[in-house]
Design a protein around this ligand. Structure first.
Ligand SMILES: C[S@@+](CC[C@H](N)C(=O)[O-])C[C@H]1O[C@@H](n2cnc3c(N)ncnc32)[C@H](O)[C@@H]1O
Length: 215
C-alpha cells in the first residue's frame, strides 16, 4: 500500500518512527500495557475473546494484538499507517509464536477499508485522536465489527487540550504534518451508535476515555 500520497499517513509514518517503536516495545515488555489499554482490554475481554477474529487499527507495537492472542483470539489483523510500528508488531508476534494467525495491513485505514474483511472485534486504542476526520474513520472501522467495537480517545478537558496544543506546536515548528485532535465524546458516541452499537463498558483515566460497544 502506497502511503506516500497521503499527508496524514506521511506525518504518522514519520512521527511513529522505528526509534519510537523500539522505545515503546521496550516499555511494554518491561511494564505491560498502559492503564488505558488495560481498561480497554478489560472491556473487550468481558465480551468474550476466545476463538474471535480481531482487527486492531493503529495498533502501534501491537499491545492489544499480543494481549488478545494470549487470551485465545484466533485471528489477528493489524492495520497501521506506520511501517515501523507494523514491522515491530509483526516481529513481536513472531517472538510470541502467533504470527501465523496474524495479518498486517499497511495504510490509512479509511483508504484500505474496502479491501478489509469483517471481524468479530475491532479496536482503536489512541488512534481517533491522530486522524483529522473522526466520523469517516469511526464509520469505516465500525462497519468491520460484527460484535464488539472498542476505542480509547483523549478526554475533552483543558489540561489535555493544553498538552495537545503543545505537541501540535512542536510538530509545526519541526515541519511535521502530524497533528493530534480532541473530539467531544458525545460526537464520537453518536457516530458509534449510528453504526449500530450500544455502549457496554466505559472508564476514564486523567487523560483518556475508554469505551466499549456491542451490537
Ligand atoms: C498514538 S499511536 C497508538 C498506538 C497504540 N494503539 C497504543 O495505544 O499504544 C497511533 C497509531 O495509529 C496509527 N494511525 C493513525 N491514523 C491511522 C489511520 N488512519 N490508519 C491506520 N493507522 C493509523 C499510527 O501510525 C500509530 O501507530
Amino acid at each position: 500500500m502506497d502511503i506516500s500520497t497521503c499527508c496524514h499517513c506521511q506525518g504518522a509514518d514519520e512521527f511513529f518512527s522505528d526509534r519510537r517503536a523500539r522505545k515503546e516495545l521496550k516499555k511494554y515488555r518491561r511494564k505491560g500495557p498502559d492503564k488505558s489499554t488495560r481498561l480497554l482490554l478489560e472491556g473487550i475481554v468481558s465480551r468474550g475473546v476466545e476463538g474471535a477474529s480481531v482487527l486492531d487499527i493503529g495498533g502501534g507495537v501491537g499491545v492489544i494484538q499480543h494481549e488478545l492472542a494470549a487470551r485465545g483470539a484466533a485471528e489477528i489483523y493489524s492495520a497501521d499507517a506506520s511501517q515501523a510500528y507494523l514491522a515491530t508488531s509483526r516481529a513481536e508476534a513472531e517472538e510470541r509464536g502467533y504470527v501465523e494467525q496474524a495479518r498486517y495491513l499497511l495504510g490509512d485505514f479509511v483508504d484500505i477499508a474496502p479491501d478489509v474483511e469483517e471481524v468479530d472485534i475491532v479496536t482503536l486504542d489512541r488512534v481517533v485522536c491522530c486522524y483529522p476526520d473522526m466520523p469517516t474513520l469511526v464509520e469505516a472501522s465500525a462497519s468491520k465489527a460484527r460484535r464488539v467495537y472498542g476505542l480509547v480517545f483523549p478526554r475533552d478537558r483543558w489540561p489535555v487540550r493544553a498538552v495537545i496544543a503543545g505537541i501540535n506546536l512542536v510538530n509545526t515548528l519541526r515541519r511535521s504534518s502530524f497533528r493530534v485532535f480532541v473530539r467531544p465524546p458525545e460526537e464520537i458516541d453518536r457516530t458509534v451508535r449510528a453504526a449500530g452499537f450500544e455502549p457496554r463498558f466505559s472508564a476514564r483515566t486523567f487523560v483518556w476515555h475508554v469505551a466499549v460497544y456491542a451490537r
